[in-house]
Design a protein around this ligand. Structure first.
Ligand code: SAM
Length: 364
């Protein structure tokens, strides 16, 4: 485990904005010609789980200095910023955190974002990633507010393994009930994210595959990543997606399928007997930086152009300095235009030790 790290962004980790480009709208492209298409918005830095690979208890303890409410972007600020991002190419928005369902009245934010339309008139795609703990209660309201789909994190099917990973004594059955509620509410297909860590939950790979085979849910296996600086990441703990696919294929034969759209994070596979699909997210062993079209807004309005960033750009300052939409749009275009991140392609044991922003703050 590394030293205790405070995730909050201090002044030294704010980057000055690059010189503003033109304020005209249209799809922004970065230095590697990648378009800006997706926006992930973290709506809280708090979570009710203490997943050992994300918010370990030793760091995120009772005295952890979470952001004050006044530091968070308001729903109005988030919606305004989101609209400007849409003017610059964003078509999909994902709410995340922390645990997004902990943000009070998050349904109201969903309703506000769901009303945003793309320049050609159709609505944006609006999704949310959750640990599922509050989903049984909130699925219907989220759907009614205009949410399209949810991704639910679930790392094992047995309580002993799952509780050891979430470190909050949270049982599997309640997450499964959340998945059922999401499905019943029409937030489908439900995607299920399983982070795989060697020596911790690889024995859950086959049971998880069997459990969701034959349903409309799409189980996705995520390689354990060196996000943040507190999860003690080591390459030895990563189980490569190839190994996961081989393991499943040996019991339940698989074949690849084409991506749903360019830049899709997960590589898709389907069961040869036609009983559904799974995915693998191989940020470590098969980096997909070349097709990364994602920007991230932290809970307090910092813009990051990479999940593994060490610093970001302060857009809350622009919003609260009463800059015009055109000025904020020009800043977005300038930041995206200057982007050349490709962390996963250049990852080494050394880069893994960098003081990266925590995933609970930047948004998963
Ligand atoms: N609280 C929500 C949840 O649990 O889904 C949203 C935030 S969480 C940070 C988003 C996703 O990131 C989850 O699926 C989580 O499992 C994944 N994640 C967190 N830390 C990770 C790591 N070190 N490696 C791979 N995935 C990670």
């Amino acid at each position: 485990m590394t030293d205790r790290v405070i995730a909050l962004v201090d002044a030294g980790r704010r980057k000055p904005l690059p010189p503003a480009a033109s304020s005209s709208t249209g799809v922004a492209r970065d230095r590697l010609a990648r378009p800006l298409r997706d926006l992930r918005i973290s709506v809280t830095d708090r979570c009710n789980f203490r997943c050992t690979y994300c918010m370990p208890k030793e760091v995120f303890g009772k005295d952890y200095p979470y952001l004050a409410h006044s530091a968070l972007l308001s729903f109005e600020e988030i919606t305004r910023l989101a609209k400007i991002f849409v003017d610059h190419g964003v078509e999909k928005i994902r709410l995340t955190g922390g645990e997004p369902l902990l943000r009070r009245n998050v349904e109201r934010l969903v309703e506000m974002l769901a009303a945003i339309t793309l320049p050609e008139g159709r609505g944006i795609e609006l999704t949310l990633t959750t640990n599922g703990s509050l989903l049984a209660k909130k699925a219907r309201a989220l759907k009614d507010a205009g949410l399209h789909r949810v991704t639910v994190s679930l790392d094992a099917l047995d309580d002993a393994t799952f509780m050891a990973m979430n470190d909050a004594d949270f049982p599997v059955a309640k997450v499964l009930a959340g998945i059922d509620a999401a499905d019943a509410a029409g937030l489908a297909p439900v995607k299920i994210n399983m982070v795989v860590k060697r020596g911790v939950n690889e024995h859950s790979i086959l049971p998880m595959a069997r459990r969701f085979k034959g349903t409309d849910h799409v189980l996705r296996f995520i390689e354990f990543m060196d996000v943040g600086a507190t999860n003690g990441w080591r390459m030895d703990d990563v189980i490569a997606s190839r190994e996961i696919i081989d393991m499943i294929d040996a019991h339940m034969p698989l074949e690849t399928i084409d991506p749903n759209y360019p830049g899709e994070v997960a590589k898709r596979w389907r069961y040869r007997d036609g009983s559904g699909e799974i995915g693998v997210i191989s940020s470590v062993t098969q980096a997909f930086c070349r097709s990364c079209t994602r920007a991230r807004i932290s809970t307090e309005g910092m813009l990051y152009t990479c999940l593994f960033a060490t610093s970001g750009y302060d857009f809350r300052a622009l919003l609260r300095a009463e800059k015009s939409d055109a000025e904020i749009g020009a800043a977005i275009a300038a930041v995206w235009g200057a982007r050349d991140d490709r962390y996963s392609e250049i990852r080494t044991a050394e880069t893994a030790k960098q003081r990266k922003i925590e995933m609970s703050y930047i948004g998963g």
